[in-house]
Ligand binder design. Structure first.
Ligand SMILES: Cc1cc2nc3c(=O)[nH]c(=O)nc-3n(C[C@H](O)[C@H](O)[C@H](O)COP(=O)(O)O)c2cc1C
Length: 181
């Protein structure tokens, strides 16, 4: 798939199954992530690759550290990582200095988007998720991160279980204007 087609046709897939990208394809996807723009060349990225039994361990970690007060919430935390065969936890490892943390988060977000489009170009699907756990310092510490780090997204990757959703038709004029008019 050519780059413009991939960029213009990516859609999120909420239900994902096997197959996931193989090791070589995953390397291509991660390399696409590493081409995110990066103010100050800080390389503020960390990608935790979670697959196989690691997904059960991630769900259990989320339960253990957040101590959910309802069985429904407990089941959701346990089951969410199982909704895809492969997860990349994309973290902005915020560096102190003149580059704002928000710009380092933007860079990591760009990495997620690059990886999402790379998945699509390779014939896979993905969805970018966050949820409360992404902002929970106890979760960060349990994952070996620092409280100052930001979990920018859990990129769930696999094969879409339904045919891909139609690409929404956006009218450029709703979003774009010439300035000065
Ligand atoms: C920062 C960020 C966090 C998101 N978190 C969630 C989430 O926790 N749950 C969810 O259902 N969708 C979440 N989404 C939205 C999906 O990734 C996806 O974009 C949405 O379902 C719309 O589909 P589309 O990307 O095909 O337009 C998030 C998107 C972004 C950019």
């Amino acid at each position: 798939m050519d780059a413009l087609t991939a960029l213009q046709t990516r859609t999120a897939a909420p239900r994902l199954t096997e197959p996931a990208p193989d090791a070589g394809q995953l390397e291509q996807i991660l390399k696409a992530g590493l081409r995110a723009p990066d103010h100050g060349m800080l390389r503020p990225w960390k990608f935790l690759v979670v697959e196989g039994e690691g997904r059960q361990k991630l769900g259990q970690l989320l339960v253990d550290v957040t101590q959910p007060d309802s069985e429904e919430r407990r089941q959701k935390l346990l089951s969410t990582p199982l909704r895809a065969p492969l997860i990349i936890v994309a973290v902005a490892t915020i560096k102190e200095g003149k580059i704002r943390p928000s710009e380092q988060v933007c860079s990591t977000a760009a990495a997620i988007q690059n990886m999402s489009v790379a998945c699509h170009a390779l014939g896979f699907a993905s969805i970018w998720l966050t949820g409360q756990v992404a902002y929970d310092n106890r979760v960060k510490l349990a994952l070996g991160l620092r409280e100052t780090d930001e979990i920018v997204g859990f990129l769930h990757i696999g094969t879409a279980t339904f045919s891909e959703r139609p690409v929404p038709e956006h009218k450029l004029s709703d979003f774009v204007q010439r300035w000065p008019a």
